[in-house]
Design a protein around this ligand. Structure first.
Ligand SMILES: C[S@@+](CC[C@H](N)C(=O)[O-])C[C@H]1O[C@@H](n2cnc3c(N)ncnc32)[C@H](O)[C@@H]1O
Length: 592
C-alpha cells in the first residue's frame, strides 16, 4: 500500500498513539512525548544513561575494579548502550531537533506534504509501507540509499513505543523484472503486535525523518573483547581423606555467602552486581518501550555472534534447541567423544535433567545408546517450583529404540528426591553402567532472588555429581552445567570432583551467553577407587539431608570440605577461573 496521506510527525522517532496508554501513563505523554532524541530516553537515537547513576564503590577498589570502572568511557562501555548514545550525540540530530522545534508549533502538527515542502525535499524517502500485522513486520520501500544504509546500520529503532529490528530488504520488482525494490524490513513479531501495534503512519514518519540525519560514523562498534571459548583446568594435590569432610547443615542462601567465598575477591563480585543493577535500572527507566529484548539480542548478535546461538527454534542452529549448540561446541573442544566406540557394550550415556532432549538427540546421532532422566511437568505443588511443559522430553526421543526414559521411584523424575536418585542408579548399574553422563539441570524460577542462582542450584548440582559417580564406568566422562562458582559450598563440590576424576576443566563455550553466569564442567577419567567411595557416601548424606525438598524450600547446605586452602594446587586454579569469568561478565554488563 502506498501511503500518500498526511503523516503526523517528522522526527525519526515517532510519537506513540493515544490508544497505547499504559500503566506508566506512558502514552499519556503522547502529546508531549514527541519521540525525538532529546526527550525520549528510550529512543534508539538517545539511550544515554545518566551520569548521576555512576556508583560509589561499596568495597575498597583493587586495580582490576578500577580498570573496570575507569575504562567505562568509550572502549569498554556497554556496546549496545554506547552505540545508541553515540548516535544521539550526532550534530545532525541536534539540527534535526532544532528544525523540528522550528516547524512544529504546539497546536500545529505538520502534514507530510508540508514537511516535504519545508524540508525542500523533492520526494520523501518512503515510497510505500506494507505492514503484515499477522506476522508483526513491515516492508518499507525507500528511494533513498542513504536512509536504507543508515537504518540497516542502526539495526534497531523505537517506533510507536515498540522496539523493532531493521534489516535491509531487496527484491525483484513484480512489475519490472529488471528493477530491484529496495528498502528496510522492519520486524517486531506477532506477539508484540497483539499488545502494542506499530502503525504504517508511524513507520512512514520514522523513515522520512531519517533522511535528515547524516551518515553516523559513530555507529561503528567494537566488542570489549574477542569472542572465544575459555577453558580452565582444575586439579588437586591432596586426597580428600587428608582434609576435613564435614557433615551437612542448613546454610542461609544470601549474597554474603557469595561475597565471602574462597575466591577471595568480594570487590569484583560486588562490581559485577553493581553493574547488573545499573543495567536493570537503565532498562527500567520509564517509559519502557515494548519488546526491549530486541535491543539486547541485536547488540549481542553484532558483538558476539555465537553467544546464545539459537537452535532450530531460532532458525539458526542445527539442534532442536540452544542447549544442543552448547554441547556440540563443548564436545568438540574437549574431545568428549574421542576414543569412544559407539555401539560397543558400555558405550551408553545418561542424560540427567535433560528435558526436552537436544543433548540426547546429539549423542544418539553419534550412535550412542542412552537413558534420560528429567523432571516431569506438573510434578511439584502449585505454590512451589515446577517443571514446565516445554521441558518434557521430545516425543521422538520417547519413541527412539536406543533411548529409555527413567522416572525414579515416584515417577516424577525429580532428582532431588533421594529415593528417585537411588532408583535411577540401581537401574543404570543393573544395565551395566554408562561411559558418559551429561547433566544440564537448571531452572529459571522468578522466585529466585537476583544473583543467588548458584546457591539455589547447589543441591541439584550435588545430586547430579552423585548420580554420575554412582553409574559411570571406570574412565567415564561427565559434563555438567554450572552457574557462578563463588560460594564455599560450590567450591568444595568442585574440589571433590577433582578427586573423582583424573582430568577436570571448566569450560565457557562461545554459544553460552557471554553476559551470563553459566559455564560447564568437563571431567574425564572417572576413578572408581576407595576415595570415590568415601566421597559418594559424603554426597549421599548431604543429599538425604535435603529430604527431597524443593530448592525454594531448602536451597543451600554448608560446604562438605572446609580446609580447601590446604591444597596448594586447587585454590589458585579455582580463583583464576572465578576471577576471569567474573571480570569478563562485568565488562559486558557494565554501562556508564
Ligand atoms: C536447561 S534444561 C535442559 C536442556 C537439555 N539439555 C536439552 O538439551 O534440551 C534444564 C532441565 O533441568 C530439569 N530439572 C530441573 N530440576 C530438576 C530436578 N529436580 N530433577 C530433574 N530434572 C530437573 C528441568 O526440568 C529442565 O528440563
Amino acid at each position: 500500500m502506498t501511503i500518500e496521506s498526511e503523516a503526523p510527525c517528522v522526527a525519526p522517532c515517532t510519537p506513540r498513539r493515544q490508544k497505547d496508554k499504559g500503566e506508566h501513563g506512558e502514552m499519556g505523554e503522547r502529546g508531549e512525548h514527541v519521540n525525538h532524541p532529546e526527550t525520549n530516553p528510550r529512543s534508539p537515537l538517545l539511550f544515554i544513561p545518566s551520569p548521576a547513576r555512576a556508583r560509589t564503590p561499596k568495597t575498597p577498589q583493587t586495580p582490576e575494579v578500577r580498570d573496570l570502572q575507569s575504562a567505562s568511557t568509550v572502549k569498554d562501555s556497554d556496546p549496545c548502550d554506547e552505540r545508541l548514545s553515540k548516535l544521539s550525540k550526532l550534530p545532525q540530530l541536534s539540527r534535526l531537533n532544532a528544525n523540528a522545534q522550528e516547524f512544529i508549533p504546539a497546536a500545529h502538527v505538520p502534514t507530510a506534504l508540508r514537511v516535504r515542502e519545508e524540508s525542500n525535499l523533492k520526494e520523501p524517502p518512503v515510497i510505500s509501507v506494507r505492514k503484515m500485522a499477522s506476522k508483526g513486520c513491515a516492508i518499507v520501500l525507500l528511494r533513498s540509499e542513504h536512509v536504507i544504509e543508515l537504518a540497516a546500520r542502526m539495526a534497531v529503532a523505537v517506533i510507536d513505543g515498540v522496539c523493532v529490528e531493521l534489516r535491509r530488504h531487496s527484491r525483484r520488482s513484480k512489475r519490472d523484472q529488471d528493477a530491484l525494490e529496495l528498502g528496510i524490513f522492519v520486524a517486531w513479531g506477532h506477539r508484540v503486535e497483539r499488545r502494542a501495534t506499530v502503525s504504517e503512519e508511524a513507520l512512514e514518519a520514522y523513515f522520512n525523518g531519517l533522511s535528515q540525519v547524516s551518515d553516523p560514523q559513530a555507529l561503528s562498534y567494537q566488542p570489549p573483547f574477542q569472542e572465544s571459548l575459555l577453558l580452565f583446568p582444575l586439579s588437586s594435590s591432596m586426597s580428600c581423606m587428608s582434609l576435613k569432610i564435614m557433615a551437612p547443615q542448613l546454610a542461609e542462601a544470601t549474597g554474603q555467602v557469595l561475597l565471602d567465598g574462597p575466591h577471595g575477591r568480594r570487590d569484583l563480585v560486588q562490581t559485577l552486581w553493581d553493574a547488573k543493577l545499573q543495567l536493570d535500572e537503565l532498562w527500567n527507566k520509564p517509559p519502557p518501550p515494548k519488546a526491549r529484548s530486541v535491543m539486547q539480542r541485536v547488540a549481542r548478535d553484532q558483538l558476539f555472534p555465537h553467544s546464545g546461538k539459537e537452535g532450530k527454534e531460532g532458525k539458526e542452529g542445527s539442534h532442536e534447541n540452544r542447549a544442543g549448540e552448547k554441547l556440540e561446541e563443548l564436545a568438540q573442544a574437549v574431545g568428549l567423544l574421542d576414543g569412544m566406540q559407539p555401539g560397543v557394550v558400555g558405550a551408553r550415556f545418561l542424560d540427567l535433567c535433560g528435558g526436552p532432549g537436544a543433548w540426547s538427540q546429539y549423542l544418539l546421532q553419534m550412535n550412542f545408546q542412552g537413558f534420560g532422566f528429567t523432571l516431569r511437568s506438573g510434578a511439584g505443588s502449585e505454590d512451589d517450583w515446577q517443571a514446565e511443559q516445554k521441558d518434557d522430553w521430545y516425543p521422538e526421543l520417547l519413541r527412539h529404540p536406543n533411548w529409555h526414559a527413567i522416572w525414579g521411584a515416584d515417577g516424577t523424575g525429580d532428582l532431588l528426591k533421594p529415593e528417585n536418585l537411588q532408583h535411577a542408579s540401581q537401574i543404570l548399574r543393573a544395565a551395566g553402567g554408562v561411559s558418559i553422563c551429561v547433566a544440564d539441570g537448571g531452572f529459571s524460577d522468578k522466585a529466585i532472588p537476583p544473583n543467588l542462582l548458584e546457591l539455589y542450584f547447589f543441591r541439584l548440582f550435588l545430586a547430579e555429581v552423585l548420580t554420575a559417580a554412582n553409574c559411570l564406568l571406570p574412565g567415564g566422562r561427565f559434563v555438567c552445567k554450572l552457574y557462578s562458582t563463588f560460594s564455599a559450598s560450590t567450591s568444595a563440590l568442585l574440589f571433590l570432583i577433582t578427586r573423582l576424576f583424573e582430568d577436570v576443566r571448566i569450560v565457557k563455550p562461545m554459544s553460552s551467553r557471554v553476559a551470563g553466569p553459566e559455564r560447564y564442567l568437563y571431567a574425564s577419567g572417572f576413578r572408581a577407587n576407595e576415595e570415590a567411595e568415601v566421597i559418594k557416601r559424603s554426597l549421599w548424606s548431604c543429599h538425604v539431608y535435603g529430604a527431597g525438598r524443593s530448592p525454594l524450600q531448602l536451597p543451600l547446605l554448608t560446604p562438605l570440605v572446609v580446609d580447601l586452602h590446604k591444597d596448594a594446587a586447587f585454590l589458585p586454579q579455582l580463583q583464576h577461573m572465578v576471577v576471569t569469568l567474573c571480570m569478563r561478565q562485568a565488562r559486558i554488563v557494565r554501562c556508564k
